[in-house]
Design a protein around this ligand. Structure first.
Ligand SMILES: [Zn+2]
Length: 254
């Protein structure tokens, strides 16, 4: 299990050659791995896994995590009731957890993680399965040109979004451009935000979201727009849903 931060002399540090430190999750000794094959990381001895939910970190994880303050990254969360501990990829000071998911997980693990963190958002690497990008390009050809926060309600979203992720109880942001994180390409590579509930029973509601908007949401103490409110708007306006600028005003304060 590899992490970006370990405690060295009580301080959170990134790996440097020859350093050893302590895992903030389990307290075990970890060794800095600073090679050329993989991103620099701290490794536990042997195959020890102190958090079964942790996945091997890739450049994709690191780029995403680095858009947030260091002190928010790899935050240890402990359940008051069971003592269970997990390391969240990013947790804002207001408790919103953002998990960046690159590899496949079981449905049971997905549900457990949503249940454990509750106030969380998934950011899913949509480039992992080769078929996912062609599916959205075909099933929703104009997805790239939709303005941010133009809400759409559709039946059978699993026809163009990865089916594993369409039944979550928390918002899911699909990242179909992978490593294209960064302001220069901002306009061309919005995320698709799928809200957890359904509009009129069975239509899924989703909208494009800029990467910077996600970072802004995390910084502004707000959460993803309240989906119940969005559905009320959809009903009241007969799908003429407000545009991004006024819509962003109703992000609910946490
Ligand atoms: Zn550990």
């Amino acid at each position: 299990m590899n992490v970006k931060f370990a405690l060295v002399g009580g301080e959170r540090r990134e790996p440097e050659p020859t350093l050893t430190g302590q895992c903030p999750g389990c307290g075990e000794t970890v060794t800095a791995k600073c090679g050329t094959q993989r991103v620099w990381h701290w490794a536990h001895k042997g195959l020890r896994t102190c958090d079964p939910w942790w996945e091997p970190e890739t450049e994709w994880h690191r780029r995403w995590k680095n858009l947030f303050p260091v002190s928010w990254q790899e935050t240890v969360r402990r359940s008051e009731t069971t003592g269970e501990r997990h390391i969240a990829d990013v947790q804002t000071p207001h408790g919103l957890v953002i998990e960046f998911q690159h590899s496949t997980i079981t449905p049971a693990e997905r549900v457990s993680r949503e249940h454990f963190y509750r106030d969380m958002i998934w950011v899913v690497d949509g480039t992992l399965a080769k078929k996912d990008r062609p599916r959205i390009d075909k099933g929703l050809p104009d997805w790239r040109w939709q303005p941010e926060n133009k809400y759409t309600a559709k039946f059978l979203v699993e026809n163009f979004l990865p089916s594993f992720w369409v039944k979550c109880d928390v918002p899911v942001l699909f990242d179909f451009d992978g490593l294209l994180v960064g302001p220069s390409t901002e306009r061309q590579n919005h995320l698709i935000c799928l809200l957890p509930n359904r509009y009129r029973e069975d239509q899924a509601v989703f909208f494009p979201m800029a990467r910077s908007t996600l970072v802004g949401i995390a910084n502004n103490e707000t959460s993803i727009p309240d989906w119940r409110e969005i559905c009320r708007d959809l009903d009241a306006n007969r799908m003429q849903v407000p545009t991004a600028s006024n819509r962003l005003q109703v992000l609910y304060r946490r």
